[in-house]
Design a protein around this ligand. Sequence first.
Ligand SMILES: Nc1ncnc2c1ncn2[C@@H]1O[C@H](COP(=O)(O)OP(=O)(O)OP(=O)(O)O)[C@@H](O)[C@H]1O
Length: 291
Amino acid sequence: MLHVQELVKVYSQRRVVDTVSFSLRPGTVTAFLGPNGAGKSTTLRMICGLTTPTSGTATIAGRRFGEWPNPAHVAGVLLDASAVHPGRTGRHHLLNAAKLMRLPAARVDQVLGQVGLSDAANRRIGKYSLGMRQRLGIAQALLCDPPVLILDEPINGLDPDGIRSTRQLLRGYAQRGGTVLLSSHVLSEVDQTADRVVMIGQGRVVADGPLESFAGPARTLIRTADLPRLTSALHNARLELRQTSADGVSVAAPMKQVSDLAFAARVQVLELREEQQNLEELFFRLTGGAR
Ligand SMILES: Nc1ncnc2c1ncn2[C@@H]1O[C@H](COP(=O)(O)OP(=O)(O)OP(=O)(O)O)[C@@H](O)[C@H]1O
């Protein structure tokens, strides 16, 4: 459905995108993940025909995106959620887009409902939060009900409710056979949304695989009123640990195991939670520390 083949972009003699290749199948959500400046947006812009590749090709359903007579029917794109007129209302903005695409006004209300913006539809975009603009951008990408969605950092700026509903929306879209490519620089943003991760660093794909293959060994953060007693119990269980604060340690074990050990050691637990996977650490692990 979407094929990226050896895409290269050189700016000022620097390869900001360096021989990037991947193919996406219908029915999947793929996260294009990498630190700031890794080359994600440039790759997405090349896929959408907004930036000319130095070499390589990107096709959607067999043709370059810009070669399709009605590209919005082939792929819905959200690259910059701030590129909207602040004086217009959300509904007005989408009605204009719908008119250009010869879609009925009723479709606008459908997509506004899909992204949870019905109540804010008649407010000026200038009064929208970043998260609301992101959702408006997703609504616009959905207007023609295209088989492919390409979204640059769509979860950035969303509140927890917005993240949850966007996840459900994208998962549902993929379950109905859609193909989603979304970029992010935060692993935890995409870990419940994506099936697959293509990770990019310094313009190169450094890893590509199912999401599960990216999860490192589970770690748990625990804070306690009696750290010496807890660390002694953790050492006895032969667990690797590192101190993170005056009263806390990070333990290389699942939360249940750490909780059981703390209980058995009879220490008072002040905080217990799974440690968030750190993208920088993950990136180092995947690249063998070479940057
Ligand atoms: N038009 C341009 N001219 C020169 N350099 C550019 C241009 N566009 C992007 N770059 C550079 O290319 C590199 C990759 O940028 P890109 O925006 O693709 O990264 P990104 O992974 O999307 O990062 P971010 O998450 O910060 O947007 C950066 O070093 C950026 O400064």
